[in-house]
Ligand binder design. Structure first.
Ligand code: HSE
Length: 430
């Protein structure tokens, strides 16, 4: 290619797509001045004709018009979801186009296949926008920290849930009200179930673990819990005990064993990740050379994600212009095993809903004791004899499989009125 013009086709002009188009157009001159490259949006497609109307000069009615256009060098896929995105990306690669995508869902499922095909066709895949919005954590793990043995990644990776938990903490609102606000601000996915169920975080921690440790584990193999069961009462009790509740994506490596899980955690309020509020994301990384590092920034919303998409477009444009193809691999030297979730050991927070009468705590603690779970502290505030009241308990470190067994027995007791809420602790301080 004997040109310093790179032509771009955009699939999808929703929240991120429209921010990308608008921001790229407004920064085009400065990008040309600093890189010498002219980034040219040639065509835009969206299945929603009202969204597309905003880009009359570029609008095409069919994605094939982008995929089959020989003048287009980079296809920016921002339609999200799995089916169409997969089809359009694979077809575009087949036509030797590089891809920039923010689609963590797709990458967590088909990342290896997409990269294999890209290598065959000698094109590039950029996906900085897929994890942690504006934070350039993909670049950090792929390039800046390459000389490290990374042992731990902890991430607040979903802006929507972090925003909801912050609003619940500061404004005392409930989960539903928080979700309504997140949707209004454009943070939530088109399908917000992915955010609140923890699956968006799961897709992101799987992508980070893949590029770090060289194996893309399937989401079906890891444990994923969201924040939909967290109530204001948990936020208040956690706070009283000196903790904040945060939804974390957790990745750890010890020898050839990888631990990946997603669930809400109680974090000491002095932990740096406890200070991450609102729509912000943060990724904490531990490695042999770097020690402990923390990256913080806006994790959702059009501008944040489009900043990463623009960065990928510029990086790939430079590579396209340099002509020499540089292969990219995320492959582990050794076979890695996923640690079974039942084998993890942490401290636990339980909220029992139990009848307030003599002998109830004795029954609960007997079952815990029988399962090797040691109680650290207990709080009961409501004085409501013969009625159901919340009882909060913290435990010493216990094994997940013992906790599951004990809680399933406790929840069968006739004095227990609702399923027990379980939240794990993550206490290792930075
Ligand atoms: N819905 C996502 C979030 C957007 O809330 O973090 C960015 O992936």
């Amino acid at each position: 290619m004997n040109k310093k013009i790179v032509n771009i086709g955009v699939l999808g002009c929703g929240t991120v797509g429209s921010s990308f188009i608008n921001n790229l157009i407004s920064k085009q001159k400065i990008i040309k001045k600093t890189t010498g490259i002219e980034l040219n949006i040639l065509k835009v497609f969206d299945k929603d004709k009202y969204k597309l109307e905003r880009y009359k000069n570029f609008a095409v009615k069919n994605p094939e018009e982008i995929i089959n256009d020989e003048n287009i060098d980079i296809v920016v896929e921002l339609i999200g979801g799995i089916d169409y995105a997969y089809e359009f990306i694979m077809k575009s690669i087949e036509k030797r186009k590089s891809i920039v995508t923010a689609n963590k869902y797709l990458l967590s499922k088909y990342g290896e296949e997409i990269f294999k095909k890209a290598k065959e066709k000698k094109v590039y895949i950029g996906f900085e926008g897929s994890v942690a919005g504006a934070i350039p954590v993909i670049k950090v793990l792929k390039e800046s920290f390459m000389g490290n043995k990374i042992t731990k990644i902890l991430g607040i990776l979903n802006g929507t849930t972090n925003f909801i938990l912050s609003e619940m903490f500061y404004k005392g609102i409930n989960f539903k009200e928080g979700l309504g606000m997140a949707k209004k601000f454009g943070y939530a996915e088109a399908n917000p179930h992915l955010d609140i169920s923890g699956y968006d975080t799961a897709h992101k921690i799987l992508v980070l673990s893949w590029i770090t440790w060289g194996h893309l584990f399937s989401v079906e193999k890891i444990s994923v819990e969201g924040i939909d069961k967290i109530e204001p009462i948990d936020i208040n009790f956690a706070s009283e005990l000196g903790y904040r509740i945060k939804l974390l994506g957790i990745g750890k490596k010890e020898n050839n064993q990888i631990e990946i899980r997603v669930h809400p955690v109680l974090l000491p309020r002095t932990h740096l990740l406890s200070l991450v509020e609102g729509v912000n994301n943060a990724v904490y990384i531990e490695g042999d050379l770097i020690g402990k590092s923390l990256f913080y920034g806006e994790g959702a919303g059009g501008n944040a994600a489009s900043s990463s998409v623009i960065s990928d477009v510029i990086d790939i444009s430079k590579k396209i212009i340099s002509k020499e193809y540089i292969e990219e691999n995320f492959l582990s030297e050794k076979k890695l095993n996923l640690k079974p979730f039942d084998e993890i050991e942490t401290k636990y927070y339980f909220r029992f809903t139990a009848i307030d009468k003599p002998g109830v705590l004795a029954k609960i603690s007997k079952i815990l004791g029988d399962n090797n779970i040691s109680i650290l502290s207990v709080i009961q505030k409501q004085d409501n004899p013969q009625k159901a009241v919340p009882i909060i308990m913290l435990t010493h470190k216990a094994k997940e499989k013992n906790v599951k067994k004990a809680i399933s027995l406790i929840d069968k007791l006739d004095v227990i009125k609702n399923p027990t809420i379980i939240i794990r602790l993550e206490e290792e301080l930075m």
